[in-house]
Design a protein around this ligand. Structure first.
Ligand SMILES: *Cc1c(COP(=O)(O)O)cnc(C)c1O
Length: 373
């Protein structure tokens, strides 16, 4: 009975959390939060104590991503999903173009396609495991792509669209890639993410590094008088962020944990350090899969294989769902694949919070379990 397989403790990772989001939160972060449980938690988000943490978070993001001159860190509530609607209402002037190669890219494209006040967007699609790319097109005022497609484990470089109309904006969904993958933020106008992935915090807010052109666009679109729901008003988010606040009540624990994590990553060496650490974990996992008789990286083009989230296919004789179940019973959790992808695979987060030696240990555990299934 597979459920009865017990992995020897000495083979197990120190921390068994490999989920792609919510992902591992460092125990040190949780302890720091506990230390402020009486002075910070349960206090007003309109007062100094909380505003100082919002400020620390915004500074931390700007430093970590080496925000170019004039770029601002904007945040609000509702996670990345809320940002998509915010951008549909507040950044797209008329026509957008999308590179869609997974579930997350598809959701933003749908938000814009469904907006009755916007033109039908152009969508370049690629099947799961491959990448689609943006192409210059006259009349497009917003281009949108995904740095790391969390549903498939495909990562693409962040690059401006050559030949785009002057003033056209590029929006990059960095929800899972941001913090694990190298980036030159000056190559995009909005690099947006949520803190429950590589930032090792909890969910509920979105964060966006916005270029001066993107900020200007938000004011321009609002100035047209278009109906914009209050909660999704990007100009409000910009103005509130500048005051170290949010439109409505944020999750204070999320803000604190994200600020704590950014301070930690910045102290380790910032994005260069984080990207290197994720790359190390990726090398361990893909290297193991390449050597394995029954595991192969799902993404066939090595150049597209993500260092943030890895997807590993298993041979027909190995039931990946059963494997994930045994791992879970042994406290190695959230290795299940993205549900709608429907592959016989495991999906492993390689965010900088995850220790590369724990990824090594995970491969050892898989090799222990598979012959016993
Ligand atoms: C997780 C994820 C999202 C959704 O984030 P929420 O904060 O849950 O809305 C969007 N895009 C990508 C690439 C993601 O990985």
């Amino acid at each position: 009975m597979a459920d009865g397989i017990r992995i020897p403790d000495e083979l197990k990772p120190v921390d068994g959390r490999f989920g792609s989001g919510p992902s591992k939160v460092r125990p040190e972060g949780a302890e720091a939060l506990a230390a402020v449980s009486r002075t910070y938690l349960g206090t007003s988000h309109r007062q100094r104590t909380v505003k100082d943490q919002v400020a620390r978070l915004r500074r931390g993001v700007a430093e970590f991503f080496s925000a170019p001159d004039g770029y601002e860190v904007i945040l609000s509530n509702g996670g990345t999903s809320a940002f998509w609607d915010t951008a549909a209402f507040g950044l797209v002037r008329d026509k957008a173009q999308f590179a869609e190669f997974g579930e997350f890219g598809a959701k933003f494209a749908k938000a814009v396609a469904d907006a009755p006040f916007l033109a039908e967007p152009t969508v370049h699609r690629a099947p799961g495991g491959q990448a689609a790319f943006l192409r210059a097109e006259a009349g497009v005022d917003v281009y949108a792509s995904v740095h790391n497609e969390t549903s498939t484990g495909v990562a693409v470089p962040v690059r401006r669209v050559a030949g785009a109309d002057p003033g056209a904006l590029l929006l990059t969904d960095a929800t899972s890639g941001g913090g694990s993958l190298d980036v030159d933020v000056s190559e995009t106008d909005v690099y947006y993410l949520a803190p429950q992935k590589a930032l090792g915090s909890d969910g509920g807010i979105w964060l966006a590094l916005m270029s001066p052109a993107a900020i200007e666009r938000a004011f321009e679109v609002k100035g047209t008088g278009r109906y914009i729901p209050q909660f999704l008003d990007l100009v409000t988010a910009i103005e509130q962020s500048r005051l170290e606040q949010t439109y409505n009540t944020p999750a204070l624990a999320t803000v604190f944990l994200a600020a704590e994590q950014l301070d930690w990553m910045n102290a380790q060496g910032g994005l260069a350090w984080a990207a290197k650490r994720s790359a190390e974990s990726a090398a361990a996992l893909y290297g193991w899969a390449d050597r394995s008789d029954y595991a192969t990286p799902f993404v066939t083009d090595p150049a597209l294989r993500s260092n943030a989230v890895a997807t590993i296919d298993f041979a027909d004789g190995v039931d990946a769902a059963a494997l994930a179940k045994v791992l879970r019973a042994n406290d190695i959790v959230d290795t299940e694949p993205y549900r709608k992808l429907g592959r016989n695979q495991l999906r492993i987060a390689l965010y900088p919070t995850v220790d590369p030696s724990d990824v090594e240990a995970l491969t050892t555990c898989i090799d222990y379990v598979v012959p016993r299934l």
